[in-house]
Design a protein around this ligand. Structure first.
Ligand SMILES: Cc1cc2nc3c(=O)[nH]c(=O)nc-3n(C[C@H](O)[C@H](O)[C@H](O)COP(=O)(O)OP(=O)(O)OC[C@H]3O[C@@H](n4cnc5c(N)ncnc54)[C@H](O)[C@@H]3O)c2cc1C
Length: 302
């Protein structure tokens, strides 16, 4: 890939561009090599200008908080884009709706909604990702997910065309969205219902407590590794893993959390290859012993 044009244009673009940037500290696994280009647009104009210069010169990967991604050990031969400060705005649209930039953390959405007496977005206080990542993954917990609260979505495609899509036009699945991979989400309009903020706070505290009791915290993980195989069995994926895989299994520093068998952990310096060996091992054991074919929830960045 030629990057000379990008180097020449870098000063004109509203954003920060880094070359051969390490990706390790930009994801929750703390895993990965470098990316050829790392671009942090400050504004929509900066993002569109970059897309026009970059055109089809290579791959693009949009990174949110990196709480659901596994990068390779090798250099990513393209651009990783992480939306910067102008994508972190959050505003009240009316008494039951807010508009949040794609780079706003879901936790901040939940807090903002609470402070404005809007209920329905409490589940986001339990998810460590951004609004952009939440839409792409149709993230959710405790029986609520993004599809239940999204009114509309604003996005730009890799050609720099900006569009707004109403939620009814979007096909959501369990932990995925059928929107093309060349769509970069910019912001989302989210709905709730009026409720007293004190009651909302109670709901949030209760959800956080339930989550902390069930799942590990303060470890290098990207949360659930596999989706629950809802079409194949009533069993949760952690139950299948627990029944089929020895607890102490590890490949290098990649291992399984003792609190939640579907949370894979980088104990110290795991490589991407170690984590993939663990993923492949677990997939095979579960398939051989139960016939269930597991599907990844975490996104492999190729
Ligand atoms: C401790 C822990 C607990 C978790 N608990 C839950 C849970 O309860 N429920 C749940 O659903 N998930 C959970 N997760 C997984 C993860 O937090 C969610 O999937 C989250 O929504 C991902 O958001 P992110 O910003 O980190 O996205 P990333 O991990 O950075 O990216 C995930 C995907 O979203 C895409 N993406 C990100 N931003 C954009 C954008 N602006 N435009 C287009 N595409 C974009 C990426 O390209 C990638 O495909 C957990 C993870 C951890 C580490």
């Amino acid at each position: 890939m030629k990057i000379d044009d990008i180097k020449k244009s870098a000063l004109l673009i509203d954003g920060e561009i880094f070359f051969n940037q390490s990706i390790k500290n930009l994801n929750w696994f703390n895993i990965g090599g470098k990316t050829k280009i790392f671009f942090k647009p400050n504004s929509l104009k900066g993002l569109i200008d970059y897309l026009k210069i970059y055109e089809s010169r290579g791959k693009i990967f949009i990174l949110g908080n990196g709480s659901n991604v596994l990068f390779n050990d090798e250099t990513f031969e393209g651009t990783v884009i992480k939306l910067g400060k102008n994508f972190k705005n959050i505003t009240l649209l009316n008494k039951e709706a807010i508009v949040a930039g794609a780079a706003v953390s879901q936790k901040n959405v939940s807090t903002f909604a609470k402070n404005n007496n809007i209920s329905g977005l409490e589940f986001m206080s339990c998810i460590p990702g951004t609004v952009g990542g939440g839409i792409r993954m149709n993230s959710g917990c405790f029986e609520k997910e993004f599809k239940d609260v999204l009114i509309s979505l604003q996005l730009v495609d890799f050609n720099g065309i900006v569009r707004s899509i109403p939620a009814e036009k979007i096909k959501f699945n369990y932990r995925s969205t059928e929107l093309p991979k060349d769509h970069i989400f910019l912001s989302a309009t989210l709905k709730g219902k009026e409720k007293n903020s004190v009651e909302i706070k109670k709901i949030i505290n209760d959800l956080i407590l339930r989550k902390e009791l069930a799942q590990p915290t303060k470890i290098k993980t990207c949360g659930s590794t596999f989706k629950n195989p809802i079409k194949q069995t009533d069993k949760k994926v952690w139950e299948l893993i627990k029944a089929c895989v020895p607890d102490q299994i590890s490949f290098g520093d990649a291992s399984i959390s003792d609190k939640h068998a579907n949370f894979f952990v980088n104990k110290k310096n795991a490589k991407s290859a170690d984590m993939k060996s663990l993923i492949n091992f677990v997939t095979k054991q579960v398939k051989d012993k139960t016939g269930v074919k597991l599907e990844l929830e975490i996104v492999l960045v190729e």
